[in-house]
Design a protein around this ligand. Structure first.
Ligand code: SF4
Length: 452
């Protein structure tokens, strides 16, 4: 069953206020879209309903990346229609309205990803906006769906690459970078509002600004170009943890490493390598040359000891031979990829890779996935064991399940996708505090610690 988003009411809401229920599916980028829509809705005086029964209309923000995500989206739409009846669909799957209309003809309207205006138009058509806008209900930073102490910061929409397994450019279009002074202003407001960790997201963070030819801007009297390095420099000046996601290993990434060494941004890079074999990467049409990647990673690690590299990989891509797969295993072993997500290749509808030769049987994909995960667990456990006895800063997320247990994350742990630090014996700490701890134990992915 899909869960509707809950937002904390800032003041008591009038009974007559029209209420919209929101179901948000998919990745952090979709979550940021939902936040923007909610912010607009609240700014116009709509309330957010926490359940289907209390909603006058339900908005489903869908994901269409993998077949499994499309199925989940269609299921969530069906559930909302059954429980409420009035449903508007937006998000990635909204780029294919015919699929949605065919499965659910009762849907009131369908809009595509980041079509905020069209979503609002559809809401206005089917649920009359209130006479007065309750603008005071909206905090300056908009409404966040993530806990208050961390926030995703979306720097661009769309992608100029054409990876053969991916339909995101079809769904979200080409790269459109946000002006750097807007991004930095938003980040500064978030930090002022209590956010202690900024998670930079996009489809291709290192391509930031390419579409606007790295346009120069001024922010707080200083010159910034719309590019990855200046973005890292500006964000690094705000005093919060800054975590970079979806970075491709273009050569200019090397210039950001000194900012990690100085402590301006976190020593953490999320680089979706997807594979390591030149044959498979070519068939995947991946951006950024992977030559010398291993050497560069080793150099980064020398420059920034303790740096964390997270990545995602696809196993069982069409044409992947046992030798290609061994190259991949050697790569994660030698590069010591600290965190890795691994997906079995899915034959996504409309993806170019469907037409490739050499599709592999499911058992082969399954077997390779298990081998990958077993090796990754070993690498991760070795890394975790090496942390025992170290003293490091962690950010507090909140109480754990056990009495007295606190959940925290180290600089190596992004929320939701990486490990956690189980902290015991800490008193007087609140979510968002950054405290120094001594690591006392570790398992494959998580650490155990006490106050230092
Ligand atoms: S870089 Fe490739 S995988 Fe990532 S969004 Fe662009 S096309 Fe898709």
């Amino acid at each position: 069953m899909s869960t509707l988003i809950q937002t904390p009411p800032k003041t008591r809401e009038p009974k007559t206020q029209p209420k919209v229920g929101i179901v948000s599916l998919g990745c952090p980028k979709a979550l940021v879209d939902s936040e923007r829509i909610i912010t607009r809705l609240r700014a116009e005086g709509y309330a957010i309903a926490p359940d289907y029964e209390g909603a006058d209309l339900v908005l489903v923000n869908t994901c269409g990346f993998l077949d499994s995500a499309r199925d989940e989206s269609l299921e969530a739409i069906g559930e909302a229609i059954e429980a409420n009846g009035k449903v508007i669909v937006t998000g990635c799957l909204g780029a294919e309205p015919e699929v949605i209309q065919k499965a659910h003809p009762k849907v009131l309207a369908v809009t595509g990803p980041h079509q905020y205006e069209q979503v609002m138009d559809a809401v206005h058509t089917h649920l009359t906006p209130p006479a007065n806008a309750y603008t005071d209900l909206v905090p300056e930073t908009g409404l966040k769906l993530t806990p208050r102490h961390y926030s995703y910061l979306k720097i661009s929409e769309g992608c100029n690459n054409r990876c053969s397994f991916c339909i995101i450019p079809k769904l979200r279009g080409d790269l459109v970078s946000r002006p750097i002074h807007h991004v930095l202003t938003e980040a500064e407001q978030l930090v002022k509002a209590g956010v202690n960790e900024l998670l930079v997201i996009s489809q291709d963070t290192s391509a930031y600004g390419l579409d606007v030819k790295y346009a120069p801007q001024t922010w707080k009297g200083e010159a910034y170009e719309t590019r990855f390095l200046d973005l890292a420099r500006g964000l690094g000046s705000l005093g919060a943890w800054v975590r970079m996601h979806y970075v491709y290993p273009y050569p200019h990434v090397d210039k950001v490493i000194p900012l990690m060494a100085e402590g301006a941004i976190l020593p953490y890079l999320d680089i979706p390598f997807q594979h390591a074999s030149a044959n498979v990467l070519k068939a995947m049409k991946r951006p950024a040359k992977q030559d010398r990647v291993l050497e560069r990673i080793q150099q980064w690690r020398r420059d920034v000891p303790g740096m964390t590299i997270r990545s995602t990989f696809i196993v069982g891509f069409p044409g992947e031979t046992e030798e290609d797969f061994e190259i991949l295993l050697d790569f994660i072993r030698e590069a010591k990829i600290d965190r890795a997500g691994c997906f079995k290749y899915e034959n996504v509808e409309h993806a170019e890779s469907r037409l490739l030769e050499g599709h592999l049987p499911e058992e082969v994909k399954e077997e390779r996935w298990h081998r990958f995960m077993a090796l990754q667990a070993e690498i991760s456990a070795e890394r975790a064991a090496a942390q025992i006895g170290t003293v490091q800063d962690v950010i507090i997320d909140g109480p754990g399940e056990e009495p007295g247990e606190i959940l925290a994350r180290s600089k190596a742990d992004a929320p939701e996708i990486d490990g956690v630090v189980y902290l015991s014996g800490a008193t007087d700490v609140s979510a968002g505090d950054i405290v120094s701890v001594r690591v006392t134990d570790a398992d494959e992915y998580d650490l155990y610690a006490e106050p230092a």
